[in-house]
Design a protein around this ligand. Structure first.
Ligand code: 7JW
Ligand code: MG
Length: 215
């Protein structure tokens, strides 16, 4: 991926969005990505699917794996109920720096906490660090080859509970076949597939997969 996109989108947001207006910041990012350059945000089309599942879950403790520039964290933050919080894991400090700036610009810094580091390094201590026992909603949107490993970690660490909703991006493109096979064949997950398009593209298929944890 183009390493220079994050600073460009940050600059564009600072110059074109309304400070403190999270919906406007989201719109400005989407318009930029549709018109100027594609980026790996979940985007507006798949974002609407995420929004719907998020509202249905109405979660108190939210975990995101893969923050990137903070776009999906912002989408979820604007739908958070009182005293609910989003914890988002980001391995790239460059991405985390930009995400922190964008999240703060949008006025959501109290609702979104960025945890810097690799998911397998952050997850084992996240409960005590964040004062959370289990997460009610998880959005997986990082390296596709880590989806299955990290879901198994969430189970083994007891970080998900009866009824937790797990949403996964990109299950078609770039695709995560081992993850899909795992959740769809496991009796512990109730899965629903949501066909869509790759972000900011009209003609490339992608999908989101919702898995409800029922141990
Ligand atoms: O939504 C996404 C799309 C892509 C991606 C890859 C290759 C392409 F050509 C286009 C898009 C990569 C991603 N990595 C991490 C999390 N989400 C991603
Ligand atoms: Mg994605």
């Amino acid at each position: 991926h183009d390493e220079e996109f994050p600073p460009r989108i940050l600059d564009h947001v600072m110059k074109n969005a309304i400070k403190g207006d999270v919906t406007n910041v989201i719109d400005v990012i989407d318009k930029y990505c549709w018109s100027v350059e594609i980026a790996m945000n979940v985007g507006d089309v798949k974002g609407a699917i995420l929004d719907k599942s998020f509202l249905e879950a109405s979660p108190k403790n939210v975990l995101e794996i893969g923050c990137y520039c903070g776009y999906s964290a912002l989408r979820m933050s604007r739908l958070l109920k009182e005293d609910a919080k989003i914890f988002t894991i980001e391995a790239s400090s460059q991405y985390a720096d930009v995400a922190q700036e964008i999240i703060s610009f949008a006025g959501m810094e109290k609702k979104v906490q960025i945890l810097r580091g690799l998911s397998d390094e952050v997850l084992p201590t996240i409960a005590e660090k964040c004062g959370v026992r289990t997460f009610d909603f998880v959005f997986i949107d990082h390296a596709k080859e880590l989806y299955k490993r990290d879901l198994i970690m969430l189970e083994n660490l007891g970080l998900i509970r009866q009824g937790t909703t797990i949403m996964a991006d990109n299950v078609i493109f770039p695709g995560c076949p081992d993850y899909l096979e795992y959740v769809r064949n496991s009796p512990k997950f109730e899965c629903t597939n949501y066909p869509s398009k790759l972000e900011y593209c009209e003609n490339r298929e992608d999908a989101m997969e919702k898995s409800i944890y029922l141990p």
